[in-house]
Design a protein around this ligand. Structure first.
Ligand code: IPM
Ligand code: MG
Length: 357
């Protein structure tokens, strides 16, 4: 089969990790008889430098015309002082909205071979964990009404959290469907003791739950969830939550795996087209030095094969290749831990992964 992939390399280490990933995709293509065609577009800081805006029209059109989008990372200190609507991050929000990507899948799984890198106590990580965070991605406070105004105490600013029944219902369905394929347990996270939008969220999740009697569901307040994640992460299977709570909790969940350089993500909508990117950022401090860990991006591409292209065997082959390299003890600098060996460069670890395919 043939697929068109829009590549948004972005900033910092983005170009290096995307280059590694296309090599791995091409090897998979050669082995299984698929062709991946790439078209590169500017997004984020590099787009600001070249065109003055973070998400040029041409990039949006290219992504809309693609079978899927693979993104490296955007942002860096160079663009940190620009006004909100011109920051590199706007490219992400613009793409999510324009492509209708309301579902964000962020798996946080503990790699047994890397358990020592987790900041959690050894007896907690010893039990392992495998959490799928499902974050609502096109609603809530990220996209609600915001502004500045004159208040009773002088100038003030406001942002609005709003969720429609439709928005909660469709993300809840994704959560229950996903749970069916895993541990059959959903934790829905909200702040229903304070927020009206959370009370609606809770009602709708329980309405949808009636269609999934084989899946258990519990509600958890977000402050408690933040605590439970570090106290007993084993209790979670699928987590479903709003845009902002998901932003915060997914960083916490990725950190407790001890290996944020390994974690992929997928953003999906109601079509097959998705946007796939590593969880980590653009790491400007090590950009251009050939030190970046490409694994999170490679695993993101594996998710693309699975969710957008329906290529489960090929996705698994990519994930197994990564597992084999890690289990053999190979490490990039970010996941070195206490290991005695020399950290591998981006191209060295990519070579090893290619050899496993
Ligand atoms: C993320 C990021 C983005 C978000 C930023 C860069 C806009 O933190 O993908 O989690 O908040 O969604
Ligand atoms: Mg975030």
């Amino acid at each position: 089969m043939k697929f068109n992939i829009a590549l948004l390399k972005g900033d910092g280490i983005g170009p290096e990790i995307i280059d590694s990933t296309t090599q791995v995709l091409d090897k998979i293509g050669a082995k299984f008889g698929h062709q991946f065609d790439y078209a590169e577009y500017l997004a984020g800081g590099c787009a600001i430098d070249a065109t003055g805006i973070p998400l040029p029209e041409e990039t949006l059109a290219g992504c809309l015309a693609s079978d899927s989008v693979l993104l490296g990372a955007v942002g860096g200190p160079k663009w940190d002082t620009l006004p909100g609507h011109l920051r590199p991050e706007r490219a992400l929000l613009g793409l999510r909205a324009a492509l209708g990507l309301y579902t964000n899948l962020r798996p946080a799984r503990l790699y047994p071979a890397l358990a020592a890198a987790s900041p959690l106590r050894a007896d907690i990580v010893a039990r392992g964990f495998d959490i799928l965070i499902i974050r609502e991605l096109t609603g809530g406070i990220y996209f609600g009404d915001r502004g500045r105004r004159e208040g009773p105490n002088g100038p003030e600013a406001y942002d609005t959290e709003a969720y429609s029944v439709m928005e909660v219902e469709r993300i809840a369905r994704v959560a229950f469907e996903s749970a069916r394929l895993r541990g059959k347990h959903v934790t829905s996270i909200d702040k229903a003791n304070v927020l009206e939008s959370s009370r609606l969220w809770r009602e709708v999740v329980h309405e949808v739950a009636k269609d999934y009697p084989d899946v258990t569901v519990i509600d958890m307040l977000v402050d408690n969830a933040a605590m439970q994640l570090v106290r007993n992460p084993q209790q979670f299977d699928v987590v479903v939550t709003s845009n902002m709570f998901g932003d915060i909790l997914s960083d916490e969940a990725s950190q407790i795996t001890g290996s944020i350089g390994l974690l992929p993500s997928a953003s999906l909508g109601s079509t097959k087209r998705g946007m796939y990117e590593p969880i980590h950022g653009s790491a400007p401090d090590i950009a251009g030095q050939g030190l970046a860990n490409p694994i999170a991006t490679i695993l993101s591409a594996a998710m693309m094969l699975r969710y957008s292209f329906g290529l489960e065997t090929e996705a698994k082959a990519m994930e197994d290749a990564v597992d084999n390299v890690l289990n053999a003890g190979h490490r990039t600098a970010d996941i070195l831990g206490g290991a005695a060996q020399r950290p591998l460069s981006t191209s060295e670890i990519t070579e090893l992964i290619l050899l496993e395919i």
